[in-house]
Structure formats: structure tokens, C-alpha cells
Design a protein around this ligand. Structure first.
Ligand SMILES: [Zn+2]
Length: 430
């Protein structure tokens, strides 16, 4: 006897028409046909059941603040930074908590059930940290939230950040952050990487830095980050977020850099929506794309996962908590349009990002947490193309969100009466 059985689901690895049996909070069986009955059943009707989406790079302290204290009229990074600087001293804990909780409601509706958020520690009041620690606790039943102590204005450049970062970690923030390319000099940047990796090693914490988020090919802090990762014994526990300067680097240098990153087992976190929006801004034409070398990094065996980064904040007025929108952009900007490419992109929104975050019990195997999402699409490729509705979102065996299928009624003589975009399959299947 099961508590819940999902019937006739397609799985991300290509298996079709499978049943998933759930007992308590765990997946108890995955089989072509489960004969047993259950207290409740969901008919997936040949739609895709996937483990939840995972966002390994987000800013929950800033999300949904678009328009506060005013709109970013130019849409540039610089006006965004200026706006955040105006807003930050006025932030109140209750308002921060409320905005974050509202974003998490949206995330759940999109099947996004694990998020790593950077938390700006530049305001010495650390009201952002207090607020997000509260949020982490309140949403724990439905979203796994990890927090990164992020010295947004620079670890050495911003007065008080060295102290504030340590206080944030003492308060219970999970991960050591950094922003070496924003320090005053290259050598300050390198020194910050060393100091922050040392703190992580001493405290036994992971590292996740905004690293080389610039078009400057000489911005090579990822090299230092990889070297310090090895030196401090942090292999596999360090993430390099953005890495956009790699787009513009000399190819010979990159041929040496990528093996070093592989040796250090760096987790790579590009943010395709934000990167294509903000990079190349100083270029006239041709304009660089600025996304890091996704294909090459994946082919070298590095764990690449994509972040949403921003939703409706001073830097980015778009976004909807839909990780498939992130993957959709990645396919275009990285030019990864092959069938295997798209499967890798889907992995970068799910299994790879779960690995980046070190989530336990993630996946659709027997014994994993009963966390999954049923999409109004048959397979990962169709999901990336359609960004479909999440018909059901399940967390620890309980349905926590449902969305009706998106079907349009047609009023055309001689044509079908309804259109479901998921009925448009390629001639020979995916
Ligand atoms: Zn970021």
C-alpha cells in the first residue's frame, strides 16, 4: 500500500509511461507498472515527472523590490547598483521577510524547491541576514534555502565588511561569498579570495563567489579561486558564479585554466538571463554575449548549473521564478541546440544544481525524497521549448501546488475546438 502513486509518467532520462510509488516522505518504487493501490493517485497521462527545479544563484534580499525607491530608468547595472545603495539603508526586516516569502510562493508554483541566495552583508545592521535566516526557517517545510554571506560592495573595499562577514557566518549563514573583481585592485581581489577560502576552511563551510562578472579578459580571479581551493583542501565545495570574463579570455590561457578548474572540482554557475542582459555593455558593435564557456566547461567534466540570479529587482526588471526560462536563454546564448545539448541544459537546472548545493536525497530513484514536479510537457526538450504549466508540485509526498493545464479554446470554422501546445510533437519524437 502506497500513500500516493503517480501513474503513467515520463521521466527525464527518457523512460516513458512509468509509475512512481510514494510512501511517507520518500519514493518507494519506480516501475513500468505498480500493481499495488494507494490512498491517492495522480494520472500524469504521459507527461514529464521531474525532480524539482533548483536555483543555485539568487538574491532573495533584493527580489520584488523593483520600483523601490524608484524605477531603474536606464536599465543599466550602474543605475541598479546606485538604486540598491539608496534602498539598502531603509530596508526593514518585516518588509524583507514579506517580499522573500512572496517570491517563495511564486517559486513553489513553478516547481522550484531549492534556492541558494546570496545575502548582502554591506549594511552593518545585517538586517538582510536576520530577515533571510527567518525566511530559511519559515520555508523549510517546502523550500531548501541556503544563504551566502555576500560582501556586495567588496570584502576589502567596503568598510566593515570583513567584520560583517564573520558576524553573518556566526549568525548561521551557510556559505562564504566574495566579489574579487569588484575590489579596488587585482591584487586586492586575489587577497580577498585567499582570505575568504581560509575562513571557509577554518569554519568547514563551502564557498560561492561572484567571480569575474566582467568583460575584462584579464580578470582572472577564477584562477586564484581554483588554486586556493586546492591549497585549502576545499575541492568540490567551491562555486564560481558568473565567470563572464572567460567569454573574452585568450584561448591559449583558457586551455590551461579549464584543467585547473577541473582539478579543483569547481562548480560553475552561469546566470544566462543576467549575463546576456548586462555583459557587453561597453561594446559598440560587434557586441559580445558575455556568457561563460558553457559547452567547453561541461565537456571538461565540470559541474555546470544555471542560476536565475534576479527577479524584479534594481538590476533586472524581468523574471518569473521559472528556471525553464533560464534554460531557454542558455540554449540560445550558448548555442546548445543539439538533442544531447538540451538534455544537458535541463540537467543544469535540476541534477547539476542539486549537486552544486549538495542536496541529499535528490532525484527520482527509490529512497529519494518524494519531491517532484509534473509538467504539461512530455520530455525535457519540450519543457524547455514551452515553459509549460506545472500541473502538480509535490514535496515530501504532499501536493503543495497545482496548476490546471493551459488549453486554449478555438473558435474557427473547420478547425479543432482546442489547442494544447504540448500536442505539437516533432515528426519523429525527441
Ligand atoms: Zn548574483
Amino acid at each position: 500500500m502506497f500513500d500516493l502513486i503517480i501513474r503513467n509518467a515520463n521521466l527525464p532520462d527518457g523512460r516513458t509511461g512509468f509509475d512512481i510509488g510514494i510512501r511517507g516522505e520518500r519514493i518507494a518504487e519506480v516501475a513500468a507498472k505498480i500493481e499495488a493501490s494507494a490512498k491517492a493517485e495522480i494520472d500524469a497521462s504521459g507527461r514529464l515527472a521531474t525532480p524539482p527545479f533548483v536555483d543555485p544563484h539568487f538574491h532573495m534580499d533584493a527580489t520584488l523590490s523593483l520600483g523601490l525607491p524608484r524605477m531603474n530608468r536606464s536599465g543599466t547595472l550602474l543605475e541598479g547598483i546606485a538604486l540598491w545603495g539608496e534602498l539598502r539603508p531603509t530596508l526593514m526586516r518585516e518588509a524583507l521577510v514579506e517580499r522573500a516569502l512572496r517570491y517563495c510562493d511564486l517559486a513553489v508554483s513553478q516547481g522550484l524547491l531549492a534556492i541558494r541566495s546570496h545575502v548582502d552583508i554591506s549594511d552593518p545592521r545585517l538586517v538582510t541576514v536576520e530577515a533571510l535566516l527567518e525566511v530559511r526557517e519559515r520555508i523549510a517545510p517546502y523550500i531548501d534555502l541556503q544563504l551566502v554571506a555576500f560582501p556586495q560592495d567588496g570584502y576589502y573595499r567596503s568598510p566593515g565588511a570583513v567584520d560583517a562577514l564573520n558576524r553573518a557566518l556566526d549568525m548561521g549563514v551557510d556559505i562564504v561569498g566574495g566579489i574579487p573583481h569588484f575590489e579596488r585592485t587585482m591584487s586586492d581581489g586575489a587577497a580577498s579570495v585567499e582570505a575568504l577560502c581560509r575562513i571557509a576552511a577554518e569554519r568547514g563551510l563551502p564557498v560561492d563567489m561572484h567571480c569575474d562578472e566582467t568583460d575584462d579578459p584579464i580578470s582572472r580571479h577564477i584562477e586564484t579561486l581554483a588554486a586556493q581551493t586546492i591549497r585549502f583542501g576545499l575541492k568540490g565545495r567551491v562555486a564560481g558564479s558568473h565567470l563572464t570574463s572567460m567569454h573574452s579570455m585568450d584561448n591559449y590561457y583558457v586551455s590551461k585554466l579549464i584543467p585547473l578548474m577541473t582539478e579543483a572540482e569547481i562548480n560553475v554557475i552561469p546566470n544566462p538571463l543576467i549575463n546576456i542582459m548586462l555583459q557587453g555593455r561597453h561594446d559598440t558593435y560587434p557586441k559580445r554575449r558575455g556568457l561563460t564557456r558553457v559547452r567547453e566547461l561541461m565537456e571538461a567534466g565540470l559541474n555546470v548549473s544555471f542560476g536565475h540570479d534576479c527577479v524584479m529587482d534594481p538590476w533586472y526588471s524581468m523574471g518569473s521564478g521559472d528556471m525553464l526560462e533560464v534554460g531557454h536563454m542558455a540554449i540560445h546564448v550558448a548555442q546548445m541546440a543539439g538533442i544531447d545539448d538540451k538534455r544537458k541544459i535541463f540537467d543544469a537546472l535540476t541534477v547539476n544544481s542539486a549537486k552544486t548545493m549538495g542536496l541529499e536525497g535528490y532525484g527520482l530513484d527509490k529512497g529519494c525524497n518524494a519531491d517532484l514536479v509534473i509538467l504539461q510537457a512530455r520530455d525535457p526538450l519540450e519543457a524547455l521549448r514551452l515553459k509549460p504549466n506545472r500541473l502538480a508540485v509535490i514535496r515530501r509526498g504532499k501536493v503543495i501546488a497545482r496548476t490546471p493545464p493551459r488549453v486554449s479554446a478555438l473558435h474557427l470554422e473547420g478547425r479543432p475546438s482546442a489547442v494544447d501546445a504540448a500536442d505539437y510533437a516533432p515528426a519523429f519524437g525527441n
